[in-house]
Design a protein around this ligand. Structure first.
Ligand SMILES: *[C@@H]1O[C@H](CO)[C@@H](O)[C@H](O)[C@H]1NC(C)=O
Length: 509
């Protein structure tokens, strides 16, 4: 059979599955629920993310019949202080250096991107670090409050300083994106993004405006970080920044590196790793492994057809390949696929409801100057709009960045199933670049924090891979101190060396 015939056959099979299979299901990356194609695309917002105990009022931040583009400055930002901040009586807004703002997206009809900017608690010359939460369609405030932000939310709605916030070693930005997520909104549906071109252009345009607003930070080192579906955003965004720098498009951005935590980057390799990981971890048995693996060739062919820029074939491969994941989950029962050591209790895998409760308080909304804009914790509409992007391979743009000396750190909590360390390790090893041989041959070393092994590191040149012990999908939530040490050593270039003064950081809290 010719390749062309094979492709046609797979494509029609995919389409048949797409249209007829009532059992295919899909999962949010960092936030999840299943839905059958029968209720696709009209997915019910509340149900979609109930496993995280989130219930946004709207399923996307589109202000119907809203005003057209606002005439005015591109960035509207204010210094703010959250109400109910424990131990802040003597701290002024100026001291805090905390900013919340909206950026009016240049290449949009009427979209505004919301962001937080927390100046470093240590030094203004620390690197600028931007964090992107995945979904696609989940607000970065999830990470801000539950992983690596300056504060955590207490049950009485007080904010408490996070001893391991990443603002202890960096000037830290969180953005709500793609448009329609979190406090970011548009009044024109055409602004909803469908691919990494849209996402990375918006982020690049934001950075340009951000550094124009904060020129004193424009020469700082710059790092891109994030998690889960951001395994797609991050390489695209890094490539976009690098391209802008090379073409002298705008303000030069001092991009030094990008880090992906439990991400989805190279689906062909990562979907193949699901059954291997599940077998290794005792989630499925050998017979089940063999049975589910029969679906692999179709999934692989479908992903190949999708490539880096397919459309319909990408959609089809999403449904075909995710049935592998759902077969595994059908056997795993109530196991939490973000952390296989845990169970989902009732319909809840995590409880992030305090974030919505906190951000919907009038005093908080006033402090942030978000007006009447709803907070959409996770947007099913944004998620669906990105389905065509899901199976695309984002590894392909990375070698160029490595060759130009831009660092990549891929890290993964060892107990996450959905973006497991095995699949991530495999694509990192398989990536072709000038240092591939040396990376593959390099010895594993202990990543030591507090005199005990917190993970296993492999590195060569600009590339590092860190498997983090005792952590699931959200490494900074499960191992906050280790994650902060990781960021600090990586940005300072000491990740693979034992650091004598690593304890001093912790002593300062
Ligand atoms: C709320 O909880 C925090 C953290 O447990 C505590 O420090 C604070 O005193 C509490 N505030 C009130 C008003 O009870």
């Amino acid at each position: 059979m010719s390749t062309k015939m094979e492709k046609l056959k797979v494509l029609s099979l995919c389409l048949a599955l797409l249209i007829f299979s009532p059992h295919s299901s899909s999962s949010f990356l960092l936030n999840d629920r299943r839905f059958a194609p029968s209720d696709f695309p009209s997915v019910h917002a509340g149900k979609l993310i109930r496993e995280l105990n989130l219930f946004p009022k709207e399923d996307v931040n589109v202000i119907e019949g809203g005003a057209d583009r606002v005439v005015g400055p591109r960035i509207v930002e204010k210094r703010f202080k959250f109400p109910n901040l424990v131990g802040s009586d003597s701290v002024s807004i100026e001291d805090l250096g905390h900013h919340a703002g909206y950026y009016q997206i240049s290449h949009s009809h009427a979209a505004r991107m919301f962001y937080f900017f927390f100046e470093s608690r240590n030094s203004k010359s620390d690197p600028i670090v931007i964090w992107l939460t995945g979904g696609p369609g989940c607000s970065s405030e999830l990470a801000m409050f539950y992983e690596n932000g300056p504060f955590t939310i207490a049950d009485n709605m007080s904010l408490v300083w996070n001893a391991y916030g990443w603002d202890k070693v960096s000037n830290l930005i969180y953005v709500d994106q793609p448009v329609g997520t979190g406090f970011s909104y548009t009044s024109d549906r055409r602004d909803i993004r469908h691919n990494e071109d849209g996402v990375s252009n918006d982020l690049y345009d934001f950075l340009q405006a951000f550094f124009a607003e904060h020129p004193q930070f424009a020469n700082n080192d710059f790092y891109i970080t994030g998690e889960s579906y951001a395994g797609h955003y991050i390489p695209a965004f890094a490539a976009r920044v690098h391209q802008g720098n090379k073409a002298k498009e705008g303000v030069h951005i001092n991009l030094k590196g990008f880090a992906i935590g439990n991400g989805l980057t190279d689906p062909a390799i990562q979907y193949k790793a699901y059954t291997d990981y599940a077998l290794d971890m005792g989630i499925i048995k050998n017979t089940e492994y063999d049975h589910i693996n029969k679906m692999l060739p179709v999934c692989e062919m479908a992903i190949k057809l999708c490539g880096t820029d397919g459309t319909l074939s990408c959609m089809a491969s999403y449904f075909v390949c995710n049935s592998i994941f759902s077969r595994i989950m059908a056997l795993a029962g109530d196991t939490n696929y973000y952390d296989i050591r845990k169970k989902c209790e009732g319909s809840l895998c995590y409880d992030f409801s305090n974030m919505e409760k906190f951000l919907n308080q009038k005093s908080v909304r006033d402090a942030l100057a978000v007006g009447e804009i709803d907070f959409v914790s996770c947007s099913p509409t944004v998620y669906q709009a990105m389905l065509v992007d899901w199976m695309r391979n984002l590894e392909v743009g990375i070698p160029t960045l490595l060759e130009d000396g831009i660092k990549l750190l891929v890290y993964a909590g060892e107990y996450d199933l959905i973006c497991n360390w095995l699949g991530n390790s495999r694509w990192v090893h398989a990536m072709e670049w000038s240092g591939q041989k040396e990376f593959v041959a390099s010895a594993e070393e202990s990543f030591v924090v507090d005199e005990s092994e917190a993970g296993v590191l492999k590195s060569y040149g600009a590339l590092g891979f860190l498997k983090v012990h005792d952590a699931g999908h959200m490494v900074p939530m499960d191992q906050p101190k280790v994650a902060l040490e990781m960021l600090r050593r990586w940005t300072q270039g000491t990740l693979s060396k034992p650091v004598a003064d690593s304890e001093s950081l912790v002593a300062q809290i």
